[in-house]
Design a protein around this ligand. Sequence first.
Ligand SMILES: Nc1ncnc2c1ncn2[C@@H]1O[C@H](COP(=O)(O)OP(=O)(O)OP(=O)(O)O)[C@@H](O)[C@H]1O
Ligand SMILES: O=P(O)(O)OC[C@H]1O[C@H](OP(=O)(O)OP(=O)(O)O)[C@H](O)[C@@H]1O
Length: 347
Amino acid sequence: MENTNGINGVKGTNGILHKPRSASRSLPLMTDILGLSLNDRLLFAVPKKGRLNQACLDLLHGSDIQFHRHSRLDIALVKNLPLALIFLPAADIPTFVGEGRVDLGITGRDQVDEHECVSPPTATEGVAEVLDLGFGKCTLQVQVPQKGELLKPEDLIGKNVVTSFVNLTEKYFRRLEAEQAGNETNGDSNGEAKLKTKIKYIGGSVEAACALGVADGIVDLVESGETMRAAGLKAISTVVTTSAILIKSKHPSDPKLVDLITARIKGVITAQKYVLCSYNIERPKLDAATKITPGKRAPTINSLEEDGWVAVQVMVEKKEIAVVMDRLTEAGACDILVMKIDNSRTG
Ligand SMILES: Nc1ncnc2c1ncn2[C@@H]1O[C@H](COP(=O)(O)OP(=O)(O)OP(=O)(O)O)[C@@H](O)[C@H]1O
Ligand SMILES: O=P(O)(O)OC[C@H]1O[C@H](OP(=O)(O)OP(=O)(O)O)[C@H](O)[C@@H]1O
């Protein structure tokens, strides 16, 4: 049976479309205890707290994924799709998705990289990146006290480094130590060489570690740099850059539903990134104007009732719109209007 969304399945008593779950995923018993049946639902992991949480909730809202989350409960059934949301720490999402326990997830690319240091993808396990979501942009950096003798990452070799990203940090220092020793084979994380740098895990407030004497340097995320500067630290090297991504398991239980959710999320992301710009211009000036606003595919051009004039409608990146309006005015455009896009489906 197929519903209007093109998702195969059968309707349950509550009118929700159910798809037979793939036999490969066994359900945790806890779901029965909570009185929620996850049977036949695609599982979608969302960060339960922290920097990515609100942006993810906004994305779900924009994608018309309707749910009610009971307080203290980390599982929510979606009312209008055969989907269940699982609220998890961002750091744990690559494990659940990578092992195929959860079909879809949103987390930082840094968390996926950290996970893959210890669980490299195989033919059946591991995550596949579906979409860069464009938020949660930051950089994982090596930081040291602003005042001090440590100037470059090599100066930290053999010293104490504190981080929440122990695997990426170990990989980074293995490579650095191998380069310093002039022996590239040492860089293999399976190698025998003992790491000289001492790497310790701390779950949060990593920036306090140097001032408290726990670390000589840290590896932590930097966005605006405010936290780092307030803690009297400076960045001396970048380990990885990151942003929030949509990931899926290698064998999702309902690939068509994964595609549908991906298309909805993509539509919201595009709508957030672009505005719709319309203007009128005399036809001889149209070429110059459309060079300024080429659009995503191409501008829509309609003749006006007034002879020799056309109306142009085109998508423009939000961050560029002020400069684009200045340039359009210079090119002779008039009646320039800019409109917010609520949602989209574009190629
Ligand atoms: N300052 C930041 N700016 C943008 N994105 C960030 C920032 N800090 C973290 N992130 C992204 O959010 C992810 C989760 O980090 P965050 O520290 O919010 O998680 P958490 O430890 O689950 O939450 P909390 O710190 O509230 O306990 C990171 O892996 C990274 O991808
Ligand atoms: O460069 P900034 O814009 O200052 O952001 C960077 C800070 O944000 C994150 O921590 P968060 O505030 O999420 O809390 P945490 O230290 O508990 O992880 C990160 O670990 C840095 O401490």
